[in-house]
Design a protein around this ligand. Structure first.
Ligand code: PHE
Ligand code: FE
Length: 293
């Protein structure tokens, strides 16, 4: 899943039009899955649910329980949506793969989470190009049952439509990357994960909380929007929030002024950089990345 470029400007499908979202969604048609496909889910689910215990944040684990996921079968989006709708008003809709930015933002703004409905092949358990149902559902959907995170995701969608007008989708996409996909959260019992890109990857789940290699830096909105990210391997830096309330509060205000500042000062950080003013929780050795060079 390393190569998942979430709605970035490099998205080959372009920006699209917000109102075209219905063109990109489809019926999941749950009966189409073969028993081999359900078995892939079962293998991934069994392996990953062990690994996320003690590493995922409490809100995520609560969401997993609330969704009553069947470990033996690919989830049925309609059934999950009934549970989610009652809790936070969110639903899960099926898409073919990555969709253009603006329909994607519009879907989030309407509390519809677009999830790939296909599943990786048995020989791709650890690596896929495009987000499949395991990444999208196991990784993303549980937190949508949390009221604060649910509000954040809707606000992000609305913010995306605005960012397009400012020409800053790339900057906003970095916020998505370093929170929704690769976010860490400091909880009473230690460093925990809430990012879906981590939670759907066995290797990165351990790496993100236990390795000495990556930097762990306190959440800083502007800094994140100026930071490039890697799509080909484990992250070299993670940004850490104290709570979902903090995340929501720090992103709630209008970004217009911030966007103008960012466009004016043009600072860009590399994925491994430590910047002046960073709250460094752990300074990474970057040993992992160097060992691969
Ligand atoms: N407050 C942001 C804006 O004005 C919108 C936003 C909210 C973006 C939450 C991301 C997350 O553009
Ligand atoms: Fe994702």
């Amino acid at each position: 899943m390393k190569a998942e470029v979430v709605q970035e400007t490099g998205n080959p499908t372009g920006h699209g039009r917000p109102e075209d979202w219905p063109k990109y969604i489809k019926d999941q048609d749950w009966s189409k899955y073969t028993s081999e496909e359900h078995d892939v889910w079962k293998t991934l689910f069994a392996r990953q649910s062990k690994i996320v215990k003690g590493r995922a944040c409490q809100e995520y684990l609560d969401g997993v329980a609330a969704l009553e996921m069947d470990q033996n079968q690919i989830p049925n989006f309609n059934e999950a949506s009934k549970i989610l709708k009652a809790k936070t008003g969110w639903e899960v809709v099926a898409v073919e793969g990555l969709i253009p930015d603006l329909p994607f933002f519009q879907l989030l703004a309407e509390r519809k989470f677009p999830a790939g409905d296909f599943i990786r092949k048995p020989d791709q358990l650890d690596y896929i190009q495009e987000p499949d149902v395991f990444h999208d559902f196991f990784g993303h959907v549980p937190l949508l049952a949390n009221p604060v995170f649910a509000d954040y995701m809707e606000a992000y969608g609305k913010g995306g439509l605005k960012a397009c007008q400012h020409g800053t989708i790339t900057n906003l996409a970095r916020l998505y990357w370093y929170t929704v996909e690769f976010g860490l959260i400091k909880q009473d019992d230690g460093m925990r994960i809430y990012g879906a890109g981590i939670l759907s990857s066995p290797g990165e789940t351990k790496f993100a909380v236990e390795s000495d290699s990556p930097n762990r830096i306190g959440f800083d909105l502007k800094r994140i929007m100026q930071t490039n990210y890697r799509v080909d391997d484990f992250q070299q830096s993670y940004f850490v929030i104290d709570s979902f309330d903090q995340l929501f509060k720090e992103t709630y205000a209008d970004f217009s002024k911030l966007y103008e500042e960012i466009k004016a000062d043009k600072t860009e950080y590399a994925p491994e950089d430590i910047a002046e003013g960073d709250t460094v929780l752990t300074r990474g050795s970057q040993e992992y990345t160097q060992s691969k060079a």
